[in-house]
Design a protein around this ligand. Structure first.
Ligand code: ZN
Length: 127
């Protein structure tokens, strides 16, 4: 199925979790793929909006009137977010098998020069 803007209908479940908002009691919103701004999505369609909102003569964004199929409920979205957050926490806790120690930091030139100037038992100071 295509939208009024000639593009295929988006599935709400395919939109990245950080680019969709479906709070109960509020109109759902999503990040427009064309202009990258949050837009209201009502009656299965993204509201018409300017391509550059800060310009008064801006043309209409090609992402306007994008049809979106709500195959998620706000509760589903909340569950997906909770699952993604739990997954991220689990990954963060797993220690890495191939832990590499950071390479030694080379001394600065003035530190090398200072070491050369220090008297050594077998050498005479050349500084
Ligand atoms: Zn847009």
């Amino acid at each position: 199925m295509t939208s009024n803007n000639g593009r295929r209908t988006l599935l709400a479940s395919r939109i990245p979790l950080d680019q969709i908002s479906m709070s109960t009691g509020r109109s759902p919103r999503l990040v427009c793929g064309d202009c990258g701004t949050w837009q209201v999505w009502k009656r299965g369609q993204v509201k018409a909006h300017p391509l550059r909102p800060d310009e008064s003569e801006s043309p209409k964004c090609p992402g306007s009137h994008q049809r979106v199929f709500a195959d998620l409920t706000p509760e589903d979205l909340q569950e997906l977010r909770a699952g993604a957050a739990a997954h991220a926490r689990a990954i963060a806790r797993v220690p890495r098998d191939e832990y590499q120690q950071a390479p030694p930091i080379a001394p600065a030139v003035h530190q090398i020069a200072a070491r050369r100037c220090q008297p050594r038992p077998q050498m005479t100071a050349a500084c």
